[in-house]
Design a protein around this ligand. Structure first.
Ligand SMILES: *Cc1c(COP(=O)(O)O)cnc(C)c1O
Length: 217
């Protein structure tokens, strides 16, 4: 696949879902990819990227930002509180707000820095022990807590269990967002982004379908 093909599929999925073209932002997930591959997609004009580790992003994006205008990089992986300050300075959005302690830390830093990236609350829709995210039953209270902290919550994010029908998880996330008046939905990856669009995704996170398989070597 290529960026152009994925973009075309995304636009087609929007139309099929009766949504306006461009309703969904394509986050090109560049984690682990060699710089040449990322640069090729930058050269094609794409400006929105996703990384799952603070350290890796810190080693990669400051140099690209000097060469390419208008870049936006979103953190889509778990965030430790001791890296929150660095993350707030590196990313335009954080999709992995998943616990009160992190929310409180972000709120304190937002006060201090006078700015805060857009935030998404990660919901562990599959209630998987090994996965980050607030449990669905705790989501409403946690969203309220984040709002009380004046955090700029844009929406919700989920990573469905690999062995389950993703549609169920997309529908659940959309339902939790709607009842809390949130419009942002970060959901859908290489294998299921079109389905996510049909459930209202505003941000899809697509890595391998754009860049090729990740080589963890
Ligand atoms: C790696 C990753 C993706 C992209 O996965 P692909 O299957 O390569 O599209 C999306 N979301 C998160 C949270 C990821 O860590």
């Amino acid at each position: 696949m290529s960026l152009a093909e994925i973009t075309a599929r995304l636009r087609k999925a929007e139309v099929a879902a009766g949504r306006p073209e461009g309703a969904t932002q394509l986050i090109a997930v560049s984690k682990v990819q060699p710089n040449e591959r990322v640069e090729a997609v930058l050269d094609e004009g794409h400006r929105l990227y996703g990384e799952n580790k603070v350290q890796e992003a810190a080693g990669k994006w400051p140099a690209f930002r000097e060469r390419f205008e208008g870049l936006k990089v979103h953190l889509i992986g778990p965030l430790q509180t001791n890296k929150a300050r660095q993350a707030m300075q590196l990313f335009e959005a954080i999709h992995s707000v998943d616990r009160p302690k992190l929310a409180q830390t972000l709120a304190r830093l937002a006060q201090e820095l006078g700015q805060c990236p857009d935030l998404f609350i990660q919901v562990n829709t599959g209630e998987e022990a090994q996965k980050a995210g607030i449990l669905p039953a705790d989501a409403d209270a946690f969203i309220a807590e984040c709002r009380d902290l004046d955090l700029p919550v844009q929406g919700l994010m989920c990573i469905p269990p690999v062995e389950e029908e993703a549609a169920l998880h997309f529908a659940l996330l959309a339902k939790i967002a709607a009842r809390n008046g949130l419009t942002g939905l970060s959901m859908g990856m290489s294998s299921d982004f079109e389905k996510a669009v049909s459930f209202g995704a505003t941000h899809v996170r697509v890595g391998s379908a754009i860049f090729g398989a990740r080589d963890y070597g």
